[in-house]
Design a protein around this ligand. Structure first.
Ligand code: ATP
Length: 420
């Protein structure tokens, strides 16, 4: 099933292997025209729900490269590592906590065993400035949260936020994963959507529950099924975390985390020696942090897996209209009838002013439906000879394959209501 999705994504322009014409590069992918739209829609829905629709959360867009002191203070330079082992036969490297060390090697199937593990730091290093000296070492951020914590005081001082409040950010993160795998599930460059929600100690349990619920509901809102919550056990939780709940999706390769919601206590603000003074009571304290941290690429993959359906030889991506790259496609019934083409072009341009709409005039209508089903376009609008007489079009629904005739004037609202 995953192979079918990978092939569809390549063929139709959702996802390409990174730098493919040079043989690719492990753990990096490029998002094509449709993948870029899908990711954009996901990010927009998240931003709307976490930032725009709330009074208590503001956004941030911090630099990817930070003063390395920030990563020393946060503990990443010392400890952001995974345990690495090597197969004694083929020397392929694995993350020790993700494989069965008593079983055969996943790569060469040999049973010679694995080396003892050593800790491997996942941060990518680079140099800032023209000289490659140790004093110029910098890191590509391994998570977006760092930029939020170091700006805590800036945001408090420059906006009207008061605890409890949150700062949200969407952006690229980089991890030199030992063994990137499962398509875009585990890559070395990916996008995160993170919220750090600052609360008064003692009120953290309540807000933790609220955020777990809010985030779970968001997945329902974007139409994702087959998700569940799972509390992390004491042995897997980060040392500073009081409680962590993962939101997991049933991928074809197993049930895996797409988002983690953690109660990080006062670990982060303490690490950066930051605190907060309540402007009303004058009380000074270090807020606790509730962190819902989600990966755009993992959610995109979950959404694609969930949407993929086969109906005979017809492939349908049943994406929620909110997420579909194109909300509708407009077709003139025949390409060689200028009046039809002109009328259809007019409708296409009108809808396009605030919806992403596709145009297709190739081949027969059946083929065009088939092509739009495969990329998840919820509605196909056909302009035929009757349109020229009474300003009605046929609107065909992706999921039911049923058609209805509709007045042109109703079209825009019809689609917008479905997206809502
Ligand atoms: P894992 O245990 O799978 O390595 P993690 O628990 O280290 O993941 P977090 O640090 O909690 O992941 O990151 C938050 C979110 O960022 C994850 O839920 C995931 O959606 C995303 N993410 C983390 N690492 C990757 C990666 N290598 N590729 C794609 N997305 C990732």
């Amino acid at each position: 099933m995953l192979e079918k999705i990978v092939s569809l994504c390549k063929r139709r322009g959702f996802i390409f292997p990174g730098s493919e014409i040079y043989g690719g590069i492990g753990g990096f992918y490029d998002f094509g025209p449709l993948g870029a739209e899908l990711k954009f829609n996901l990010k927009q829905e998240w931003w709307k729900s976490v930032v725009r629709e709330r009074d208590d959360v503001v956004g941030l867009n911090a630099a990817i490269i930070m003063n390395p002191q920030a990563w020393i203070a946060s503990g990443h330079v010392e400890g952001f590592s995974d345990p690495l082992v090597e197969c004694k036969k083929c020397h392929k490297r694995f993350r020790a906590d993700l494989i069965d060390l008593s079983g055969p090697c996943e790569e060469c199937k040999a049973r010679e065993g694995f080396t003892d593990f050593k800790q491997f730091n996942l941060m990518f290093q680079t140099w800032v400035g023209p000289t490659q000296e140790s004093g110029n070492i910098a890191y590509l951020r391994p998570e977006t949260a760092g930029g939020i914590f170091v700006n805590f005081k800036n945001v408090v001082d420059s906006s009207r936020v008061k605890v409890p409040f949150g700062i949200a950010q969407i952006g690229k993160a980089f991890r030199n994963e030992i063994n990137p795998k499962d398509y875009i599930f585990r890559t070395r460059e990916f996008e995160q959507m993170e919220l750090e929600y600052f609360v008064k100690p003692g009120e953290d349990d309540k807000y933790f529950k609220e955020w777990v619920d809010a985030r779970f509901k968001w997945y329902e809102h974007i139409g994702l099924k087959n998700i569940k919550k799972r509390a992390q056990g004491d042995d897997e939780r980060a040392h500073y975390s009081k409680e962590t709940i993962d939101i997991e999706y049933d991928f074809p390769f197993g049930t895996k985390e797409i988002e983690g919601v953690a109660n990080r206590g006062d670990f982060d603000l303490n690490a950066h020696k930051l605190s907060y003074r309540d402007p009303d009571s004058g009380e000074e304290f270090t807020p606790f942090v509730i962190e819902p941290s989600a990966g755009v690429d993992r959610i995109a993959l979950a959404v694609l897996c969930d949407a993929y359906h086969e109906d005979g030889d017809r492939v349908v991506l049943k994406l929620h209209p909110k997420l579909a790259p194109y909300k509708a496609a407009v077709f003139p019934l025949l390409k060689n009838k200028p009046k039809l083409v002109e009328k259809a072009r007019g409708i296409y341009k009108l809808l396009r002013s605030d919806l992403n709409v596709a145009w297709d005039d190739r081949g027969n209508i059946g083929k065009r439906y088939y092509a739009q089903d495969e990329i998840g376009t919820p509605y196909c609008i056909t302009v035929d000879f009757q349109t020229l007489e009474d300003d009605t079009v046929t609107v065909r629904d992706r999921d039911t394959a049923k058609q209805e005739r509709m007045k042109l004037g109703e079209l825009d609202n019809f689609i917008k209501n479905k997206i809502k």
